[in-house]
Design a binder for this molecule. Structure first.
Ligand code: 8YV
Length: 331
């Protein structure tokens, strides 16, 4: 099969790129894995030890890869699949895929935006409420018999009316802002560029935003451009009365700096759905009552995961039918 040359990311692929095999890269939702195996006869990328033999045998036949932000398709794998035409992601984040390497080869890339926005935003608000009102801590307090033994638990911090800063005012960041406006919170944001006509206050730097709010919420995409955007300076600007919530990617926050500050009181608390090295969470963080820790479940509802699955398959089907994607990633 011929390799297509570099094209726009949503451009139509040549027929030869659509007639080959589908490859699953990494674990996915079980029903999606079943569908890929049953309806598409998809191959599954093996562990590194068996990969060379597998790729020597099947590499040339593979024209579409289906993956998620958890695994992705790196530049090496793209190079090893000479007839790859599309990388289809289950999930909105695609920071583990080398989109530049894909674009250079004319490989189109899709994700599943919009369908998970509400659920991730709902969970961000849940983490804000939990971190400030100590819902999880108080649940543990009751179960451990501490209410009986020690009396009332310590007072917490009110959510309504707080100053909120959002790092990454995209689809999810905007949905979080909408919700917290209902709590009469003032909203500021930091993006690479100011958004024309936004009703919210723009800060050109993350530290500037952190210094002007009570709650800093991370909703920015992961990847090299945002790595440790929330560093020790930003966390110090947020300060001992400040709370950090992260529903985006662990890589955006300097996790070591965060844990130190939560442990010694330089930050009031945190609500975290994502971590630097999932599923590992630092031992020290596990022992902190001022941190709410979730196992990356922002989009994890029956409804949203079904919608993500349907959109993933729609992208795959569309690519296989005409070489285009329903929701291509644009840069
Ligand atoms: C995961 C997410 O992708 O969409 C994203 O970027 O982080 C989540 O929805 C999902 O868990 C699939 O791995």
């Amino acid at each position: 099969m011929a390799t297509v040359g570099a094209t726009e990311s949503s451009a139509v692929q040549s027929d030869s790129n659509r007639t080959g095999r589908v490859l699953r890269v990494g674990p996915l939702k079980p029903s999606l894995m079943d569908t890929l195996a049953g309806d598409y006869d998809a191959l599954v990328l093996p562990d590194v030890a068996e990969r060379d033999e597998f790729l020597a045998r099947h590499g040339e036949s593979i024209t579409a890869a289906v993956t998620s932000g958890r695994t992705g398709v790196d530049a090496t794998l793209i190079e090893q699949l000479p007839n790859l035409g599309a990388i289809v992601h289950f999930g909105v984040g695609y920071d583990t895929t080398d989109v530049d390497a894909a674009s250079a080869r004319g490989v189109v890339v899709s994700n599943t935006p919009d369908v998970l926005t509400d659920c991730v935003a709902d969970l961000a608000v849940g983490l804000v409420i939990d971190a400030l009102r100590q819902v999880s801590f108080n649940d543990r307090y009751v179960r451990a018999g501490r209410w009986v033994a020690e009396g009332n638990s310590p007072l917490t911090s009110q959510v309504t009316g707080k100053r909120v800063g959002i790092i990454g005012l995209g689809r999810i960041g905007s949905a979080i802002a909408d919700r917290l406006t209902g709590f009469r919170c003032s909203i500021g944001y930091h993006n690479r560029n100011e958004i024309a006509d936004s009703p919210y206050t723009y800060s050109p730097t993350a530290a500037g935003l952190a210094g002007s709010v009570d709650i800093l919420i991370v909703a920015a995409s992961g990847g090299s451009g945002t790595k440790h955007l929330v560093d020790s300076d930003v966390l110090d600007a947020l300060g001992p009365q400040g709370y950090l919530v992260n529903v985006a990617r662990g890589s955006v926050v300097d996790q070591d700096a965060l844990v130190e500050r939560l442990a010694d009181g330089r930050l009031a608390g945190a609500g975290l759905d994502v971590f630097a090295d999932e599923p590992d969470v630092p031992e020290k963080l596990l022992g902190l009552d001022n941190a709410v820790l979730l196992p990356h479940v922002g989009s994890g509802t029956v409804e949203t995961r079904a919608a993500m699955e349907a959109l993933t398959l729609q992208n795959l089907d569309q690519f296989l039918a005409d070489g285009t994607l329903t929701t291509p990633v644009t840069r």
